[in-house]
Design a protein around this ligand. Structure first.
Ligand code: TYD
Ligand code: MG
Length: 477
């Protein structure tokens, strides 16, 4: 039996339900839930001239549409050639450059440097006599010019436009037919035909769909900027990400000038590459060899410090953990922790005593991460133990060694998720030795042939591998 078809839809997060709410039950936004009437005919529904044009394409001759896979001979492949961005790091993340007609989403937190990266990229590409159109919905043309001057991106073939109107942006793309288009950002462009709020998910989806349609029909590779919310998703729901060909996350530690670019989805290349950049006063520079950026200023390893990799959203971050162990003069020894989980530290102190014979129960312990880093996931357990073991024994751990693994109450070292991502990043940053759990499975391990990977089954084994226990016994407790 046919039911009542009234549906309510949140214009911000895309939630749908049969009841109206003043506040969306999914995203919590006020006044975004509206009655939704499904279009009778989705093909002819949109007033957007581009959609109409597409829907009216003759579909009579299937020969026009169907091709053999072998039709792509070398000549045909020319149209598939990739545009080099001028940043070897960027090209590598994309899988060798920008594929023609592809739409790439560059997602990142506001202020991280997306506009700077793309303006620099636009300049590199324009310098090789390619026409680049940079459309900004965030800044006026004079503001973009000022930025371009600052970063010396002053190429004749770089065209600038400032608009927040989707239809104007699409017309510009059609008329100018550039070799590369940049739209900054998808949240600031609005369609007249869409009733959703600016930057809301229905507007963002409409803008993305229309840009993709133009990019594919006119073969214009397009870089689309998308601001991410605090939880790391683009425009609330991830609905946008499946529409585009490539999604690149651009993020970095606000404390440093280091920025990392990685593809989290790539129809034309790998998703486990990471590109490193440095935000300088005159633009963004690629960092081909980021060794040393995460080390503390001293080049000499000192006892009590060790490095691990944590995972945050799509990125993994190297975190240096420092420990100081001193004899306590208090009835209850002091435990001061910063950036690590204090209840886990208590547990690890007990495990160190029980399974590695390192007695810290009556010592004052100070454990901290460098530069306010957060290392609260279980996979940093082993690094905390090794840092404590190093501080207690007075034996330093080499700065090119990274330590990964969760410590169980039995003293066993348990596997951790996303090891490959952490290894790729650590390898790129110049780490050479990894202490990892014995039972850890690594996909395509042959990629890491040049690294020394030491597998340990127990906490005691890990401490032995780092030569911490011998020294500890000599120094006494
Ligand atoms: P921006 O590219 O505008 O960030 P997004 O587009 O991701 O919002 O970069 C903003 C920050 O970058 C701003 O705080 C200033 C800094 N910056 C530099 O450090 N060097 C530069 O050359 C430029 C243009 C900006
Ligand atoms: Mg910007």
């Amino acid at each position: 039996m046919a039911k009542s078809e009234t549906t309510f839809l949140c214009s911000d997060c895309g939630w749908s339900g049969e009841k109206w709410y003043g506040r969306c039950p999914n995203c919590g936004e006020w006044g975004t839930v509206n009655e939704y009437h499904p279009p009778k005919n989705t093909l002819s529904h949109s007033k957007n001239s581009h959609s109409v044009q597409r829907s009216s394409l003759p579909v009579t001759n299937s020969d026009d549409l169907v091709h053999r896979v072998t039709d792509f001979t070398d000549n045909n492949m020319k149209s598939q050639m990739r545009l080099q961005t001028g940043f070897a790091e960027f090209d590598r993340v994309l899988g060798g450059g920008i594929v023609s007609g592809s739409v790439i989403l560059i997602a990142g937190e506001p202020g991280i440097g997306k506009s700077t990266l793309l303006l620099d990229t636009a300049n590199h590409i324009a310098q090789t006599t390619n026409k680049v159109l940079y459309i900004s919905g965030e800044e006026s043309v004079s503001q973009i010019q000022m930025r371009a001057q600052r970063i010396h991106a002053l190429s004749d073939h770089l065209l600038l436009a400032s608009t927040t109107n989707l239809e104007t942006a699409l017309t510009l793309l059609e008329n100018e037919h550039p070799d590369l288009a940049i739209i900054d950002s998808v949240q600031t462009i609005m369609s007249n035909d869409n009733e959703g709020i600016s930057g809301g998910s229905s507007q963002v989806r409409e803008v993305t769909r229309s840009v993709i349609s133009i990019a594919k029909n006119f073969n214009i590779p397009t870089l689309l900027v998308g601001h991410v919310t605090k939880d790391g998703s683009v425009a609330g729901p991830r609905t946008l990400e499946h529409l585009v060909d490539v999604v690149c996350q651009f993020d970095g530690d606000p404390q440093t000038a280091l920025r990392m670019l990685r593809a989290t989805k790539n129809r034309f290349g790998p998703t486990d590459e990471v590109g490193c950049f440095d935000m300088t006063d005159d633009g963004i520079k690629e960092v081909a060899d980021p060794t040393g950026l995460f080390m503390s200023d001293s080049n000499l390893p000192s006892d009590g410090t060790c490095i691990t990799f944590t995972r945050e959203g799509h990125r993994s971050l190297p975190i240096e953990i420092q420990s100081l162990v001193t004899t306590s003069v208090l009835p209850t020894p002091r435990r001061a922790v910063n950036g690590v989980d204090s209840s886990r530290v208590s547990m690890l102190v007990a495990v160190l005593y029980k399974h590695a014979h390192i007695r810290l129960l009556d010592k004052d312990l100070y454990i901290s991460t460098v530069a306010g880093g957060i290392a609260k996931e279980p996979s940093v357990d082993l690094a905390i133990c090794c840092s404590l073991g190093s501080a207690a024994s007075g034996c330093p751990i080499d700065h090119t060694t990274a330590i990964l693994g969760e410590v169980a109450l039995t003293g066993e070292i348990r596997p951790l998720p996303y090891i490959e991502q952490r290894l790729v990043d650590a390898q790129r940053m110049g780490f050479t030795t990894f202490i990892i759990p014995m039972r850890q499975v690594i996909r395509k391990e042959e990629r890491f042939k040049s690294l020394t990977i030491i597998r340990v089954a127990t906490l005691a084994e890990a401490l032995r591998a780092l030569h911490l226990t011998t020294r500890f016994n000599h120094q006494g407790r």
